[in-house]
Design a protein around this ligand. Sequence first.
Ligand SMILES: *[C@@H]1O[C@H](CO)[C@@H](O)[C@H](O)[C@H]1NC(C)=O
Ligand SMILES: [Cu+2]
Length: 258
Amino acid sequence: MLLTSVLGSAALLASGAAAHGAVTSYIIAGKNYPGYQGFSPANSPNVIQWQWHDYNPVLSCSDSKLRCNGGTSATLNATAAPGDTITAIWAQWTHSQGPILVWMYKCPGSFSSCDGSGAGWFKIDEAGFHGDGVKVFLDTENPSGWDIAKLVGGNKQWSSKVPEGLAPGNYLVRHELIALHQANNPQFYPECAQVVITGSGTAQPDASYKAAIPGYCNQNDPNIKVPINDHSIPQTYKIPGPPVFKGTASKKARDFTA
Ligand SMILES: *[C@@H]1O[C@H](CO)[C@@H](O)[C@H](O)[C@H]1NC(C)=O
Ligand SMILES: [Cu+2]
């Protein structure tokens, strides 16, 4: 029985290994935190990450799974201070076109009652396409104008900074990869984790930085429904969502370690 289920999940992992991906662990303020490894953990291991069910993408901007890949809560939390680094690690990732978005959400109270609802999500980091007039959207890892291509191979890590001066509290952090390699069929890969922000900061994003998830995008937005193989359209890309919240810093803080 045990052997069967072990073999069964190994087979599922092997089939999932063909494509797709999810955040499977974190390094937050220098400390390692395991996450889910998929598929559909039968029990609920004590981790900081909201439980996600499989490596498959969310296919619609309006799917409720867009928020945290179907997860709803976790038993543990990480601790970080403003300016600390949050690194997400994907066990596997294969798609080389699309943006990376990192969001946070301040829970009104405890994590156990925090569902990420309402227009409370703000971006702390993002990466898109660096057009130089030569690179086209469909160029893959070498060369590629997409930072997401750096997650293919290598150590599959993306590091972001907690905004300087961010007010303390219980926050969700949400990593989102939007894979655009299939023309006009975006794939969303979001996962969430629980982080207690410490310190005595007072910076809070105002409404112009915040959005609801789902809600920040529409399926027909030109940066969501992208004819990625059409080289005749301008090869420039506007990352979806509100502007990145910088806290008290004068410029965006980001730190790429892949
Ligand atoms: C964070 O986790 C610690 C122990 O893991 C727990 O004592 C604490 O209450 C948690 N904090 C919140 C806000 O849930
Ligand atoms: Cu995939």
